[in-house]
Design a protein around this ligand. Structure first.
Ligand SMILES: Nc1ncnc2c1ncn2[C@@H]1O[C@H](COP(=O)(O)OP(=O)(O)OP(=O)(O)O)[C@@H](O)[C@H]1O
Ligand SMILES: Nc1ccn([C@@H]2O[C@H](COP(=O)(O)O)[C@@H](O)[C@H]2O)c(=O)n1
Length: 212
C-alpha cells in the first residue's frame, strides 16, 4: 500500500508520516528533505539558489546518507528548498528516486507537496493535512526552542506564509490537494488525535475496497 501525505509547511506531514509508517510497518520518506539537501549543497558550494545548472547537478549527486544532517532542518534550508524546488529540471531528476522508494515492498508513506498529484497519482490513500498558519507557526517555534534555538514566532509565521505562497503558485507541481485526497485539519488536534484521524481515513478506504 502507498500512503501519500501532502500539505503546507509545518502542517504535521512528517510527524504523521512517521507515525503511520510505524503503525503499518512501512517505510517513510519525507520528500522535503530531498529539496532541502539540494538547497544546502548549493549554499555550501556558494552557488545561487536559482542557478539551474548547479541545482540539477546537486540533484543528480543527491546522497540519501546525508538526509539526517541537522543543518537541513533550519529555516534557511527550508526557504532555499522552496526556491530550488520550483526549478522544473530539478524536480524531473528527483522523480524516479521518489517513485522507486514508493514502489519497494512492503509499502510506503511519502509526505511532501506533490505526492498525491505527481509522484504517486495512484496512491492507495491520499491525505492532505492542513492547520491554521498561526497554529503551525506556534508549533514550529516551540519545536525550535525545544532544540535550544532562538525563534521569533512572527518571523516563523512570515516564513511559513511566504513558503506556502511560493509552493502554491509555482507553475510546476504546485502545492494542492489531489482531487481524490481526504482533507485532515489538525488545528484542534494533538499528535495522537491527528494520527487516529488518519488511521480512520485509511481503514475506511481499505474497508470500502474490500467490499467493492
Ligand atoms: N497534530 C499535531 N498536534 C500538535 N503538534 C503537532 C501536530 N502535528 C505535528 N505537530 C508538531 O508540529 C511541528 C511541525 O510538524 P512536522 O515537522 O511534522 O510538519 P511538516 O508538515 O512535516 O513540516 P515541513 O513542511 O517543514 O516538512 C512539530 O513540532 C510537530 O511535533
Ligand atoms: N514533495 C515536495 C516536498 C517539498 N518541496 C519543497 O521543499 C520545501 C521544503 O519542504 P519541507 O516539507 O521540508 O518543509 C517546501 O517548501 C517545497 O518548496 C516540494 O516542492 N515538493
Amino acid at each position: 500500500m502507498i500512503i501519500a501525505i501532502d500539505g503546507p509547511a509545518a502542517s504535521g506531514k512528517g510527524t504523521l508520516g512517521k507515525r503511520l509508517a510505524h503503525h503499518y510497518g512501512y517505510r517513510h520518506l519525507d520528500t522535503g528533505v530531498i529539496y532541502r539537501a539540494v538547497a544546502y549543497a548549493l549554499m555550501e558550494s556558494g552557488h545561487d539558489l536559482r542557478d539551474e545548472t548547479a541545482a540539477v547537478q546537486a540533484a543528480l549527486e543527491l546522497d540519501p546518507e546525508r538526509f539526517g544532517n541537522p543543518a537541513l532542518k533550519t529555516q534557511k534550508a527550508g526557504e532555499g528548498a522552496s526556491i530550488v524546488s520550483a526549478i522544473p529540471r530539478v524536480r524531473e531528476v528527483l522523480v524516479n528516486f521518489q517513485r522507486q522508494f514508493a514502489a519497494d515492498p512492503p509499502g510506503a508513506v511519502l509526505d511532501g507537496r506533490d505526492i498525491g498529484t505527481v509522484i504517486c497519482p495512484d496512491a492507495d490513500v491520499k491525505i492532505f493535512v492542513v492547520a491554521d498558519p498561526r497554529v503551525r507557526a506556534r508549533r514550529r517555534t516551540m519545536e525550535a526552542r525545544a532544540r535550544g534555538e532562538e525563534a521569533d514566532e512572527a518571523a516563523v509565521l512570515a516564513d511559513i506564509i511566504q513558503r506556502d505562497e511560493r509552493d502554491k503558485n509555482r507553475p510546476i507541481a504546485p502545492l494542492k490537494p489531489a482531487a481524490d485526497a481526504y482533507l485532515l485539519d489538525n488545528s484542534q488536534l494533538d499528535i495522537e488525535g491527528g494520527v487516529r484521524a488518519a488511521i480512520d481515513i485509511i481503514e475506511a478506504v481499505r474497508a470500502g475496497r474490500s467490499r467493492g
